[in-house]
Design a protein around this ligand. Sequence first.
Ligand SMILES: [Zn+2]
Length: 153
Amino acid sequence: MKCPYCGHSDTRVVDSRPSDEGAAIRRRRECPGCGRRFTTYERAQLEPLMVIKRDGRREPFNPDKLLRGLLLACEKRPVSQETLRHFAYTFEDQVAGPEISSEEIGLKAMAFLRDLDQVAYIRFASVYREFDSVERFIEEIRHLGGVDKREEG
Ligand SMILES: [Zn+2]
């Protein structure tokens, strides 16, 4: 298992225990390269969730990709990495259908971050929504700060 922080190709399992009432195995790993620890979840997968990308192509859902985005957004924020991991690795269980659009994943992640940390939310949203103007970005920050001046628009 590759280290998600430094990319070191080999990591050590330091703890392994059942999670989600036995539906998953939670493994705590340590990277000998950078010394950081992270958690992996191993679970049975019956049918992979498919992601419909913006260009219409489909690919299997990758929780690592989602987690990477969340970790970046929460960098230096008081957010537990365990919380982010739990969200990313149980994400598939929260989706009802066999398919989801990448936009929908972004929206769900934004809703999750919005309750967690506003700075992280803004960072994530700025990437996912690809703010098309500074005005929209400021509008979003204003909205978060509760300075909602509707009379301007
Ligand atoms: Zn590392």
